[in-house]
Design a protein around this ligand. Structure first.
Ligand code: HEM
Length: 460
């Protein structure tokens, strides 16, 4: 039986009744796709192949360092049951230019964004000119190697092995080092100080069982994330996914100043001042969704995810907030009716901080650069998911309605539209129109990759 990508039931990956094709899929799929891999520490290597045969041998030689999605899921379970630590994550993505350098035709890939490469999509996405990207990203990147773990030592060791395997004809064009940030509650946060990575599409039965909701269904079919690996020995058993990688620098000082200015111009006082930032993100710093609470919840479960925006025209969570622009949640299966836009976000913060990203210290004490997000997300279609979300939603000042403005966090393009915010939480009374906050996230470069099946890598 072919793998049922459209199955409307979450995948019971550990079931004894699993058909042979689905088993083969799990044994050949890379980890970190169906479920995030722990990666407090991450090394990202961008590689260029000078010689196709050497490049193929190199990729094949990485397979013994890699594990399958099934092995990863078993490790996650063992960690939960007996705190047994898992093994290091080594992931491989290949760009269109990379496949060509390896001597493969790319006509069997269906995704046009992937086949163009990110540089040629910059106008569609309103990205900065390629000449302004950091140097490694201006070059022709053939492959990305992701190496991640809960601690630093295994990453350093696996990175050294990868570098050792690199043939003389290949080179490392650039490298990023990801380092997770956490708040005092231990939750993963991004550099503006907000809990991140909370809302995700879920594919597996055990994950979905843990996050049952009545207003929002986090389950999405595998068709959302998997694409047949067209160059693998058996494309009906061997799957991969498209990776979007973007280095997004965050000007934390400017963002914290913008939060303050917004609180001032709306006349917010006392505790209510925190609502300014929450109206930009859609959640308070500790993860509390503005849709459900007017102030940070301390009920022990602040990072709730069971909500939709059906009964909130924007008085609680403004329609312009980052999480609302990028996931409108209009129906219980929000996003699906628009072609299934939600992606599996697997980003990682980069850069170190001498201040505490989560606290209330003044903007002047915050970094203006050198820190940000290595934005990574898996898609079955880059065009219908990442690109659609960035272009048709985040960058469009008229989405979901005229006068919404760009996404305050990631919107690109001139921010000329004036915007309005509810005067108090849940109020239909809106502020007078005011300037949007300045853009505080800058794209420094990126690329599109396909994360092939292990079967493909072994076949090289
Ligand atoms: C530096 C850049 C970024 C920052 C600081 C940022 C920050 C955040 C934060 C704090 C959340 C809330 C946590 C959660 O609900 O999981 C979030 C959620 C989200 N972000 Fe971002 N983000 C960034 C880039 C992006 C990009 C480039 C995209 C897509 C094009 C994106 C799409 C999303 C989506 C889809 C959600 C989940 C919304 C939901 O399901 O409710 N983000 N982001």
């Amino acid at each position: 039986m072919p793998v049922d990508l459209g199955n409307t039931k979450p995948l019971a990956w550990d079931s004894a009744d699993l058909d042979a094709d689905t088993r083969a899929m799990l044994d050949n799929l890379q980890p970190n796709i169906l479920q995030p891999h722990t990666r407090e520490h991450l090394s990202v290597l961008f590689v260029h192949f000078g010689d196709g045969a050497d490049g193929r041998r190199f990729l094949r030689s990485l397979v013994p360092l890699m594990k399958s999605a099934r092995k990863h899921l078993e490790e996650v379970r063992a960690f939960r049951e007996s705190a047994t630590p898992g093994t290091v994550y080594v992931g491989v993505g290949i760009s269109k230019a990379g496949y060509l350098a390896l001597g493969h035709a790319t006509n069997k890939f269906t995704d046009n964004a992937f086949k163009s490469g990110m540089k040629r999509r910059k106008d569609t996405l309103s990205d900065p000119p390629v000449g302004d990207w950091e140097i490694p990203y201006q070059k022709e990147i053939h492959a990305v190697i992701l190496i991640g773990d809960a601690t630093k030592a295994p990453v350093t060791a696996a990175r050294a092995k990868v570098v050792e395997l690199l043939p003389a004809t290949a080179g490392i064009l650039g490298e990023e080092t990801g380092l997770a940030q956490r708040n005092p509650e231990g939750k993963g946060i991004e550099h503006f100080g907000y809990v991140d990575g909370r809302s995700q599409p879920l594919f597996l039965a055990d994950q979905v069982a843990e996050e049952k909701g009545v207003n929002w269904n986090p389950f999405f079919p595998l068709s959302h994330i998997l694409a047949a690996d067209p160059l693998a020995p058996k494309p009906d058993q061997h799957f991969g996914t498209y990776l979007v990688f973007r280095k997004l620098e965050q000007n934390v000082r400017a963002f914290r100043q913008a939060e303050k200015d917004l609180a001032d111009s709306l006349g917010l006082t006392g505790e209510d001042r925190e609502r300014a930032g929450a109206m930009l993100v859609g959640r308070f710093r500790n993860g509390t969704p503005l849709r459900l609470h007017g102030k940070p919840s301390s009920d022990g479960w602040p990072t709730q995810n069971d909500f939709s925006y059906r009964d909130d025209p924007g008085g609680k969570c403004p329609v312009s907030a980052h999480i609302r622009k990028t996931t409108p949640r209009e129906t219980r299966d929000g996003g699906l009716e628009r072609g299934g836009v939600m992606m599996a976000r697997r980003g990682q913060t980069y850069g170190t901080r001498t201040d505490n990203p989560w606290d209330d210290a003044p903007p002047e004490t915050r970094p203006t650069g050198g820190v940000g997000l290595l934005f990574m997300a898996f898609n079955s279609s880059l065009q219908d998911q990442f690109e659609f979300m960035q272009q048709a939603w985040a960058n469009d000042p008229d989405f979901p309605e005229p006068g919404t403005g760009q996404d305050p966090i990631i919107g690109q393009g001139k921010r000329t539209v004036e915007v309005r915010f509810p005067e108090s939480w849940g109020s239909t009374k809106l502020s007078p129109p005011q300037k949007q906050i300045p853009q505080t996230v800058t794209m420094k470069g990126g690329e599109y990759f396909f994360m092939p099946s292990l079967a493909y890598l072994k076949s090289l």
